[in-house]
Write a protein that binds this ligand. Structure first.
Ligand SMILES: CC(=O)SCCNC(=O)CCNC(=O)[C@H](O)C(C)(C)COP(=O)(O)OP(=O)(O)OC[C@H]1O[C@@H](n2cnc3c(N)ncnc32)[C@H](O)[C@@H]1OP(=O)(O)O
Ligand SMILES: CC(=O)C(=O)O
Ligand SMILES: [Mg+2]
Length: 355
């Protein structure tokens, strides 16, 4: 194991110092685009005005014969488009692919000062992050980058889930993780053909009312295939001061199920999700901005208990130190989002000066 005293030292002479705190600006959606697709690239300024994060995807969904065009398109985006306060991320090809070395070398060299985060697919253990850590330090040093590029792991293999805690703590570059239900399903030999969401076959059932009739009166209930692994990811990330995200929802037309999947992740502690299509940006914004009624109630609790101590009754509900802390999470998030969005500021009842 590395000497803990060296954890916050750069891994290459001339590379920037690692960050001590992971930045947490608005991060409700990571919007995926294919920078090799001219049409999508042209839409980017409008998309960036609505999205918190835009990500140039180089991995799955980009065909082999367009890998280089996607990489070149992303370099062009980084060099020519002003994204304002919207973050620019990329998802590079997998570490065992023939493209990833050129992805990293080109992107850090050409637009390393514009890239906030590099998403790494199919991370299996701390060793994958250690590889990224050293290589990025070398490339940053060579390119004269002053702000370290952070690393985000996709949790999408059985081995990655098994090693989730060591991945989360592998490097001060670790910014967060996203959940990858499609590759994870394949890796685990799950019998599904979907990208995220539920499955009608994954159920529980109540007992039969009589031994002779096994059909009538039994209540079936669909269960959540992803609860266990998302829970592990949220705990591993939060315990290490990094940010957990849900991942993709592939049924673009089923905006209702998409909202349900996003909300389950939001309630469990994820800070954001992926959007694959412009329609999912609005769903993510709605779900990952806390509900105004909840925020107003949380503000009421904090105002009524300024020191956050003791036991109180507010609107018929017991409040104490622990509920006060939950309210603080809600109000702090609302305040951060209100700074970016005047409509939310109004809905949450923040005056412009306070927001
Ligand atoms: C399991 C995983 O790895 S998930 C991550 C990898 N997958 C991706 O990144 C997929 C990204 N998304 C896409 O490629 C597309 O949204 C698709 C293929 C899913 C659907 O695309 P389409 O069938 O063209 O959708 P649709 O017809 O509704 O598009 C409407 C418009 O939005 C544009 N659009 C669609 N998706 C995006 C996007 N992600 N970003 C920007 N613009 C987009 C289309 O170009 C189209 O533009 P037009 O009206 O000027 O013609
Ligand atoms: C997120 C992703 O890449 C997957 O679900 O496979
Ligand atoms: Mg995947």
């Amino acid at each position: 194991m590395r000497n803990p005293r060296d954890f916050l030292k750069p891994l290459c002479v001339g590379a920037p110092d690692p960050v001590t705190e992971i930045p947490f600006p608005p991060s409700r959606m990571i919007h995926f685009f294919d920078a090799g697709n001219e049409k999508m690239r042209a839409k980017l300024p409008d998309i960036a005005a609505k999205a918190d994060i835009v990500l140039g995807n180089l991995e799955d969904a980009v065909p082999v014969d367009r890998k280089e065009a996607a990489r070149a398109g992303l370099v062009e985006v980084g060099k020519t488009i002003d994204l304002g306060s919207t973050q620019l991320w990329t998802r590079v090809n997998a570490l065992d692919s023939p493209w990833v070395l050129e992805d990293l070398t080109t992107l850090v060299t050409e637009i390393g000062d514009k890239l906030d985060v590099i998403m790494v697919p199919k991370v299996e253990g701390a060793w994958d992050i250690h590889y990224m850590d050293r290589l990025l330090a070398q490339l940053e040093s060579r390119a004269g980058i002053e702000k370290p590029i952070l690393v985000h792991a996709i949790l999408e293999t059985a081995q990655g889930v098994t090693n989730v805690e060591e991945i989360a703590s592998a490097s001060p570059r670790m910014q967060g993780m996203s959940f990858g239900p499609a590759d994870l399903a394949a890796s685990r030999r799950m019998k599904t053909t979907r990208v995220g969401g539920g499955h009608p076959g994954y159920q529980t059932i109540t007992d039969p009312t009589s031994a002779d009739d096994l059909e009538t009166g039994r209540v079936r209930s669909q269960q959540d295939l992803w609860h266990y692994s998302i829970g592990r990811m949220v705990d591993a990330c939060t315990a290490n001061g990094i940010l957990p995200f849900y991942g993709p929802f592939g049924d673009i037309k089923d905006t209702v199920a998409c909202e349900v999947q996003f909300r389950a992740a939001f309630l469990m502690g994820c800070v954001g999700t992926w959007s694959l299509h412009p329609v999912q940006i609005d769903i993510a914004k709605k779900v990952f901005s806390p509900d105004p009624d909840e925020v107003l109630f949380a503000k009421k609790v904090i105002e009524a208990i300024p020191d956050g101590r003791g036991v109180h009754m507010i609107d018929g509900k017991m409040q104490d130190d622990a509920t006060w802390k939950q309210c603080k999470v809600m109000v702090d998030l609302a305040q951060m989002l209100a700074e970016k969005d005047p409509e939310l500021a109004e809905a949450y009842g923040f005056t412009p000066a306070a927001a």
